[in-house]
Design a protein around this ligand. Structure first.
Ligand SMILES: C[S@@+](CC[C@H](N)C(=O)[O-])C[C@H]1O[C@@H](n2cnc3c(N)ncnc32)[C@H](O)[C@@H]1O
Length: 352
């Protein structure tokens, strides 16, 4: 399960309907804050060419899997170097079996994120993962890094392995919704043993898509599309801080873990859209720079900006229309916020 703030899995039918109303059944759609890649995948399935991006590295790997693979890659480099057998029919399955059986190691995750470790900064041990799972994650991460450094896995294979590891890590993380902090006691799911499971591949429409990594404000001028879907953060909560552990897995690095919660330095991925002072300027930069006649923007009734503020900003770029959808909001387990919420789908059509 992927509990990601703002994940649009429940709203994709509305989004896809609106995309079709605006540009018909074919064309190129950009999804420039694509997160888990849920919307990008549905756009692919519906037959569109998709250009997807996000500022987070984990999102890049999810998007590579969701958009560019239609079956498991061959892992020929690992076969040639003897990590898996030559006669394996299912090479991806064999790689996962190898990684699932790997000898646990006392590495970075053990030290920084499990009760068995002693954080570098002298804080009390953290409890994001059981000690056993953290050691397993260390061993898997180090093996994937070794394969990348030796050139044994292709870029697509690297993305698939990291995507698969992140999905498995989400299952055993001892958190309440996000990785902003860990829970005091281990929950049932966190006590289970981590298990890499093969992902399901989408078999249709696998060519002609593009995946990019970076701020939408910077990428906008490089993108040409028939429609651009924008799913920005709605609140002040920064994704880079709330998903820091997934970012570390995606990058395969060993950053300083700061403070009680062990956050990596996330400032370089800090989003202006999470701020009242600079969010609207960001929208203006994106809408102004992108080569695109139509935009569709998701937003929420309780977002940082009111609908009126957004309409005023967006109407500088074209004709604005708003669709309202009743929706159950994302809530961490202990949240007292009301469940029902209005979600907006705002379209902009440039005047010609
Ligand atoms: C609401 S989530 C998108 C969820 C996505 N539609 C899904 O279904 O998983 C917002 C995303 O915007 C990304 N983001 C925030 N500011 C950004 C920016 N300035 N440029 C690119 N991506 C940004 C975040 O990393 C996050 O993944």
């Amino acid at each position: 399960m992927y509990r990601y703030i703002g994940n649009k899995s429940k709203l994709t039918p509305y989004i896809l309907d609106r995309v079709e109303q605006l540009i018909g059944k074919t064309g190129t759609v950009a999804d420039i804050m694509a997160g888990t890649g849920t919307v990008a995948l549905e756009l692919r399935k519906a037959g569109y060419s998709v250009i997807a991006s996000d500022v987070m590295t984990y999102s890049y790997h999810h998007l590579m899997v969701n958009l560019c693979l239609d079956s498991a890659p061959s892992f020929s480099g690992l076969v040639n170097h003897g990590a898996i057998g030559k006669n394996e029919v299912d090479a991806y399955g064999a790689v996962l079996t190898y990684l699932n059986c790997i000898e646990p190691k006392e590495g970075f995750f053990f030290k920084e994120f499990s009760p068995g470790g002693t954080p570098q900064n002298g804080c009390d041990p953290r409890k994001y993962f059981t000690t056993e799972n953290a050691k397993k994650i260390d061993a898997i991460r180090e093996k994937i890094n070794e394969w990348i450094d030796n050139g044994y896995v292709s870029k697509a294979e690297e993305s698939l392995l990291k995507h698969t590891l992140i999905m498995a890590v989400n299952e055993v993380a001892n958190i309440s919704g996000t990785y902003g902090y860990f829970l005091a006691d281990f929950k049932k799911n966190a006590n289970a043993q981590i298990d890499l499971k093969p992902v399901e591949f989408c078999s249709v429409n696998s060519t002609g898509h593009m995946v990019k990594l970076g701020f939408a404000e910077n990428l906008a001028a490089t993108i040409t599309a028939d429609l651009c879907y924008i799913d920005p953060p709605y609140m002040k909560r920064q994704y880079a801080a709330n998903y820091h552990i997934l970012e570390t897995i995606a990058r395969g690095d060993f950053p300083d873990a700061v403070g009680k919660s062990g956050l990596r330095d996330w400032w370089e991925q800090h989003s202006k859209l999470c701020t009242k002072t600079r969010g609207l300027q960001s929208f203006e930069k994106i809408l102004g720079d992108m080569h695109c006649p139509k935009f569709l923007i998701s937003y929420s009734e309780d977002g940082l900006f009111t609908l009126g503020q957004l309409e005023e900003c967006f109407s500088k770029f074209g004709t604005v229309e708003v669709q309202e959808i009743d929706y159950n909001r994302f809530r961490s387990n202990d949240s007292k916020l009301p469940k029902k919420l209005k979600e907006y789908l705002i379209s902009i059509e440039r005047q010609v």
